[in-house]
Design a protein. Structure first.
Length: 408
């Protein structure tokens, strides 16, 4: 009898040990994590954190202080960050001139503004100077840890500075100096592409891509209303349109979250502590993140696809299947099966902008002969105020369209 009991206990112990053991990280997970390198310093990132510093403060100094505060919060989520007071932050202009360009009548408002844009730019000269300084950095690396609570630079300051630059170019055009306006816009286009190539987060990539789209629309309207001969604009480079590092960083954020959950005593319910060995029976962080790795691996792969190959990918619906529920990692399986947001649209936006450049380069010729990079035999679609290419996904932001006219 004792032998039987001992055998049963031994079997239960072996079963317990087997159920408690986590898997090793998969090769896919390791590759994705390596795409998010740990960088010790980035003057450009530190400067960007302090973009909202008061005019008599230096962005780099403010950014450095904030970074240290953010790192303290990374170690302890309950830590209260010593924020830079909003009342001290560099004020941003507001009003209808800072509408979203894809909104109806927004572009028309910019071209028919009665505001004194020269005075507006003078008032916000500090912001414009800081933007110029940021353009001059030759590196950029996000120094904060990829977390759900991660702090990002105040991107609205970069967006507003670009709008001020666009307003200045439009004013030059309206005053009869369209050539200088186009030269300034070409310079701005180069600066934004430089910054875009350096971005390593999804939000940063998207922001500067959308600003590029705004610049191209303004360029198109000015070209339509002047007789300026301009050089062809090169299509996006691999570095400019690559989202591999951004997607890898999203994966690393998931990895850090999954790892963090394993150490939570209140895993099931806040205020109710559960022994770690019970959590370990039902939740394995490595198994959980391994189940998510194929989803992000696919994104990294297709972010480098050509237009035609991307069309095939979307048509065939080559999405990663949800992982099966695992008895050894029941809670982790449930977590990994929670529907991921569709990131395909982010990839499409870069391909859409590349198509927009095709339309811009064809503007001085016969726009009807512009070749759609998605569908070779599909002609551009003309609307009253824009010309568009067809594409495999809905273009809610009109990045695949080129503005050609504005309402009077």
């Amino acid at each position: 009898m004792k032998k039987i009991i001992l055998l049963i206990v031994s079997c239960l112990l072996v079963l317990f040990m087997m159920l408690s053991i986590d898997d090793e990280l998969s090769d896919q997970a390791k590759v994705l994590l390596k795409l998010t390198p740990k960088v010790s310093d980035s003057p450009a990132f530190i400067y960007s954190l302090g973009m909202f510093a008061a005019s008599d403060d230096h962005p780099a100094i403010v950014g450095k202080v904030l970074l240290e505060e953010y790192k303290k919060q990374e170690l302890d989520e309950s830590y209260q960050v010593n924020e830079y007071l909003k009342t001290q932050q560099l004020p941003l202009p507001t009003g209808e001139l800072f509408c979203r360009l894809q909104e109806n009548e927004c572009l028309s408002k910019l071209f028919h503004a009665n505001d004194d844009t020269a005075a507006l730019n003078q008032k916000h000269a500090v912001l414009l100077q800081r933007q110029t300084t940021f353009y001059d950095f030759s590196e950029y690396a996000t120094l904060t840890k990829p977390l759900v609570i991660e702090r990002t630079p105040p991107l609205q300051y970069f967006s507003t500075a670009v709008r001020l630059q666009l307003l200045h170019a439009i004013e030059l055009h309206r005053s009869g100096n369209s050539l200088q306006a186009m030269l300034d816009l070409n310079t701005l286009l180069s600066q934004l592409r430089h910054v875009l190539a350096l971005q390593d987060t999804l939000i940063g990539k998207m922001l500067f891509l959308h600003k590029l789209s705004d610049v191209v629309d303004v360029m198109a309207v000015i070209r339509q209303n002047s007789n300026i001969a301009v050089d062809e604009i090169a299509r996006l480079t691999v570095a400019e349109k690559s989202l591999s590092q951004a997607f890898a960083r999203e994966f690393t954020m998931h990895y850090n979250t999954v790892k963090g959950l394993a150490g939570q005593a209140e895993f099931f319910q806040k205020g109710v502590e559960v022994p770690k060995w019970i959590v370990g029976l039902l939740y394995k962080p490595n198994m959980t993140i391994n189940a998510e790795a194929p989803f992000f691996t696919r994104l990294v792969q297709i972010s480098g696809f050509s237009h035609i190959r991307f069309v095939t990918e979307i048509a065939q619906r080559n999405e990663v299947d949800s992982p099966p529920i695992s008895f050894r990692n029941y809670l982790g399986s449930v977590l990994a099966n929670i529907a991921m947001p569709s990131f395909d649209n982010y990839i499409a936006r870069f391909l859409d902008f590349d198509a927009k450049l095709v339309l811009l380069n064809q503007l001085d010729k016969n726009i009807e002969t512009a070749i759609n990079p998605y569908y070779k035999n599909a002609v551009p679609i003309n609307f009253d105020d824009k010309v568009c290419f067809e594409g495999p996904l809905e273009d809610k932001h009109f990045i695949r369209c080129l503005r050609t006219n504005i309402s009077p």
